[in-house]
Design a protein around this ligand. Structure first.
Ligand code: SF4
Length: 507
């Protein structure tokens, strides 16, 4: 069996889902290979001499090996100008390489001028013409070599983001043309969301042998003749992944202590719209896994990829530190209003918490069912600042109960807490097709794609996307206390690299 991580996603850490599948396959003694076609494909394109000879592109190509080396050591992270230049230059090279294929390509971006990853007919077109894909020269050679050497009976693709979809189908199309006997399995977060759309009908029968919703361990094992009952949690295995080659100063280990979300109430949440149930790995297993993994791979950072790390898990981790710095998503809860709780987190190696505040208006928060009280949020931010845990705050504009007045309250809240906020992520609300709010407002087709996960809607307060953008560009982002926070955000890699950029100030 071969497991493939297709382009394009940020190439900074090994794929968590594939590492979990590897854990399950290794546990049962199965033979498999992993291909990180994202990392390999991006590096292969970066190393291709550019067709354009303009000054910027030529200079970027000359500095390529220096940029890669600096992003794979502490060099770039200790010199912000160098870090930004490296990323800008790498994006320039990718952009220029893919331009003739009508693709806007970057280290975290793949957008075709005509084909949409939310339309099945466009995915079929990508599969019918793999030679049009900018990664074609790379994957034709690599897949041919791999399949000749390994003779796999099954190839599994892990498709998690829209930016991977067109490349995944181009690779699938190539395999169908050249190696028609091999069984193709497609799973991952994006496939799961597609399959949980209302009235889902599989458009890919005939092209892909099996689509898998949710964690793929049970399905892959059953395909290989291993029966297992219930939800067995396997320790992830990174042995087959190039953990020292990613764009990071050392290995980052992604690890999930749960799937789904223990809160599962936020009305706008795609996780809730998908109906994914909450499954937590038993606390003693999490601690045992983390200790073993840190011992084995010596990571510079552990990335807890849970949708929200539960307070009880944070407590357990603070009592049994993993032995490496860590960060992840948490909810703003009363636990974090306790300074001792925050101090214990800090001592356990927590360098940053990502927190979904969403709004600075209590009424909006209550309607979103966030379970956040602004008074508590204020004290949480101040505590985290006191103990030296960086904060990456997520705001969401344009939810149905928000208008300009409420958005201005969010601006006010951020201004009042600007000294406790290290990084900010601003997003405009997309209405999940299957979510509870989609039933309460007038909806329309959003992407005009049969695979679209979102729907557009008539905003009850006439707070349109255009008005929100104007507010963000002209008011929010220009505020003198907010501008420096936004400027600090690592380009392209955002929260994935943020812990490295705060690390030297905080520790
Ligand atoms: S805390 Fe996050 S993952 Fe959980 S329901 Fe809310 S938005 Fe969804």
């Amino acid at each position: 069996m071969i497991l493939i991580h297709p382009p394009v996603v940020r190439p900074c850490e090994p794929p968590a889902g594939i590492a979990r599948l590897c854990g399950a396959l290794s546990h049962h003694g199965m033979r498999y290979r992993v291909l990180d076609a994202n990392l390999e494909g991006l590096i292969s394109l970066l190393k291709t001499p550019p067709a354009s000879s303009d000054t910027w592109t030529s200079r970027a190509f000359r500095h390529l090996s220096g940029h890669l080396a600096s992003l794979q050591s502490w060099d770039a992270y200790e010199n912000e100008a160098r870090y930004r230049r490296a990323i800008k230059d790498l994006n320039r090279l990718l952009g220029m390489t893919a331009r003739s294929r009508h693709v806007r390509l970057g280290l975290a971006n793949y957008e075709h001028e005509e084909l949409s990853p939310a339309r099945s007919k466009d995915l079929f077109r990508a599969a019918e013409h793999p030679e049009d894909n900018p990664f074609y020269p790379y994957f034709r050679e690599r897949l041919t070599e791999l399949l000749k050497n390994e003779q796999p009976s099954v190839i599994g693709f892990s498709l998690n983001y829209l930016s991977q979809a067109l490349c995944t189908f181009a690779m699938i199309g190539f395999l169908r043309q050249e190696f028609s006997g091999v069984k193709l399995v497609l799973g991952g977060g994006l496939v799961t969301s597609w399959m949980k759309r209302p009235h889902w009908q599989n458009p890919f029968a005939g092209l892909v042998d099996h689509l898998v919703a949710g964690p793929g361990e049970t399905f892959l094992l059953s395909l290989m003749g291993v029966k297992q009952s219930g939800n067995t949690c396997y320790e992830p295995n990174y042995d087959s992944l190039p953990i020292t080659d990613y764009f990071a100063p050392g290995p980052i280990l992604p690890y999930s202590s749960s799937s789904g979300c223990y809160w599962n109430r936020c009305s706008f949440c795609p996780e809730r719209a998908d109906g994914n149930s909450y499954i937590a790995v038993p606390a003693d297993e999490v601690i045992r896994d983390l200790h073993r993994l840190v011992e084995r791979y010596r990571p510079v950072l552990v990335h807890l990829v849970d949708n929200a790390i539960s307070p009880s898990m944070m407590k357990v981790i603070s009592e049994h530190p993993p032995g490496a710095p860590w960060y992840g998503f948490a909810r703003i809860t009363h636990h974090l209003t306790n300074l001792d709780f925050c101090l214990a987190l800090k001592r356990s190696g927590c360098v940053m918490l990502k927190l979904g505040l969403e709004s600075g208006d209590q009424n909006v928060l209550d309607n979103l069912q966030k379970g956040i009280h602004l008074g508590e949020a204020s004290s949480v931010l101040r505590n985290l600042k006191k103990v030296g845990i960086a904060t990456y705050i997520y705001l969401l504009f344009g939810t149905p109960h928000e208008g300009l007045i409420e958005a201005q309250k969010t601006l006010q809240f951020v201004v009042e807490h600007h000294d406790c906020i290290d990084f900010l992520n601003l997003a405009i609300f997309n209405m999940p097709i299957g979510g509870p709010e989609a039933r309460q407002v007038e909806t329309k087709t959003f992407y005009e794609g049969d695979l679209s996960l979102y729907t557009s809607f008539d905003h009850p307060k006439r707070w349109s996307r255009q008005r929100i953008r104007q507010f963000l560009d002209k008011e929010f982002k220009r505020h003198p206390t907010i501008m420096p926070i936004l400027r600090r955000d690592p380009p392209v890699f955002t929260s994935n690299h943020a812990p490295f950029l705060v690390k030297k100030d905080r520790n």
